[in-house]
Design a protein around this ligand. Structure first.
Ligand SMILES: N[C@H](CCC[C@H](N)C(=O)O)C(=O)O
Length: 277
């Protein structure tokens, strides 16, 4: 059965979005991989299905381009919020995910763009919630990359936004081999469910430059949950305020870790084209 989709992105992190509220959509992992292949398929970082929800406006299901189903996706939540708000200038929507409930406040600009603020909920900071394979202080992980006596990167911070993240603090992200290091850490035994890997360079107390290797997708232009995890990590370490702009290869996201412990991510949405699977 052919399925219409919207090709969308949030700061270059790109998706195929399928509205599955009326008809079930459950592709096999190898089919997801085939669609996601940028050489022979349509190409995307994640495949997104919008499903009905008994407790909210919709349920968002996420597959990485490697075919694996994962908990959530921050940039895609903005795209789904925009999609669910066809007319109104502003609308608040409850969007559920495997990683927890979120609330999207959608300011739809026009048929192709918009700005969406998403309440991503509370960060999870206990080692069991990341999860890690052993008890450890998530503020300063005992983890080194590179020669043991002169590691390239070490002592990162772990944060879950419903999905797992490990944040390394570096002096200059342009000097990091994100592919080599990210792919090494993604499947490290300390992370039994894999992990998204961020490299954060603090510019000042309100500005962070970050690059990301995503679990199941590799280097992406931007990562919404990664930007949230990065801000939580830098604030926990006292390196930034609890509100900052996280500048990724694809552009900036505004992240605020509010007093109620919820993390609010605000950023753009873009529709690229319509298609059929
Ligand atoms: N690769 C992530 C899912 C997509 C997250 C990212 N694209 C975002 O915007 O949050 C994971 O395996 O947890």
């Amino acid at each position: 059965m052919s399925r219409p989709f919207l090709k969308m992105n949030g700061l270059g992190n790109d998706f195929i979005v399928v509205d599955a509220r009326d008809t079930a959509f459950a592709p096999a992992p190898e089919q997801v991989r085939a669609w996601g292949d940028r050489a022979s398929g349509i190409g995307f970082d994640q495949l997104i299905a919008i499903e009905g929800s008994a407790s909210g406006d919709a349920f968002m299901r996420v597959w990485n381009s490697d075919g694996g189903t994962v908990e959530t996706c921050g940039n895609a939540l903005r795209c789904v919020g925009w999609y669910l708000n066809p007319k109104a200038a502003e609308k608040t929507l409850k969007i559920d995910t495997l990683g927890g409930a979120t609330k999207a406040i959608v300011i739809r600009a026009d048929e192709k763009t918009g700005t969406v603020a998403v309440d991503m909920g509370k960060p999870r900071l206990d080692w069991r919630e990341i999860p890690l394979s052993e008890e450890m202080d998530t503020l300063r992980l005992e983890l080194k990359v590179g020669p043991y006596d002169a590691p390239l990167y070490h002592t990162p911070c772990a944060v879950s936004m419903g999905n797992p993240h490990v944040v390394f603090f570096v002096d200059d992200v342009s000097k990091v081999d994100v592919a080599a290091t990210g792919s090494l850490i993604e499947n490290h035994p300390l992370f039994p469910e894999g992990v998204n890997v961020e490299f954060a360079q603090v510019i000042d107390r309100q500005t962070i430059r970050m690059r990301v290797w995503e679990r199941g997708a590799g280097i992406t232009q931007s990562c919404g949950t990664g930007a949230c995890a990065t801000l939580v990590a830098t604030a926990r370490r006292g390196l930034t305020d609890r509100t900052a702009t996280v500048i990724m290869d694809g552009g900036p996201l505004h992240i605020a870790w509010a007093e109620n412990d919820h993390v609010i991510m605000t950023g753009p949405v873009e529709v690229e084209f319509e298609g059929t699977l």
